[in-house]
Design a binder for this molecule. Sequence first.
Ligand SMILES: Nc1ncnc2c1ncn2[C@@H]1O[C@H](COP(=O)(O)OP(=O)(O)OP(=O)(O)O)[C@@H](O)[C@H]1O
Length: 286
Amino acid sequence: MTLLSVRDLSVSFTTYGRTTQVLHDVSLDVPACSQIALVGESGSGKSVTMKAIMGLLSTPPARINSGQIFYDGEDLLTMPPARRMALRGTAMSMVFQDPMSSLNPVFTIGDQLGTILKYADRRLGRQRGRAGRRARVAEVLAQVRMREPERVAGSYPMQLSGGMRQRVLIAMALLSEPTLLIADEPGTALDVTTQAQILKLLKDLVEAKDLALLMITHNLGVVRETSSYVYVMHKGRVVEEAPTERLFAAPAEQYTRDLIAAVPRLTGPALTAATGEAARQGGGAP
Ligand SMILES: Nc1ncnc2c1ncn2[C@@H]1O[C@H](COP(=O)(O)OP(=O)(O)OP(=O)(O)O)[C@@H](O)[C@H]1O
């Protein structure tokens, strides 16, 4: 079953009277319980696609010119706004990449997660008291492998390491028991070892909970670690799509070959193997 289906999505931006089309007939499918990646260099249109899916595009300056975005068979673009609001942050949830701009420095982690849970419960028409929320917050913090969930809940963001803050953002996305997670380059701000741990945690959680994952990244190394099927974006279009193994083994497009050659060789044995051929041909990173 296809959980999320983007069909022929076209988006333009109008600024200072000039209109630029930034998405051209983008289509992609995320089946239930699948791990899908959307990869492309900066400016290729990944964030605009993600924002369109999540209903976070400011219109204006953006305009969705055509297309549909089906979630569980319902078009998000034409459903009543209240219904769409109810899905966002509940059934469809985002893992953000930048903990410092997603967490408020003056509230504890427990307060912030508790408040998010309260609103998610309200949107879902679910009753849960303060003690129930506390227990659920501790439960998700334990799920993201925090050793002392109660202590973490009582901490302020600045008291946690970068890796722990990123795990808090994963916990935040899991609070409302979503079926689809959209992850925007999680761990990009971290060192490679910590980022690898975060990606492993995310993959383990997605598999254990049978969630669907749409991973948005510029890094094909991340794609290889997290996804079984990949869409490659370039200049606002999907230029290639394939199962991940096949994409690495036989990329059809020159743009994809360039992306593979650009994967940093220092990020692990799997990646070294993936880029070995490119490196031998002089295309690897120095
Ligand atoms: N608010 C905006 N106003 C005008 N143009 C925009 C706006 N947001 C994005 N764009 C344009 O849309 C195109 C796609 O941008 P987008 O942010 O989706 O790229 P991206 O692949 O996500 O890149 P990055 O990895 O850097 O976030 C770019 O050409 C960008 O300049």
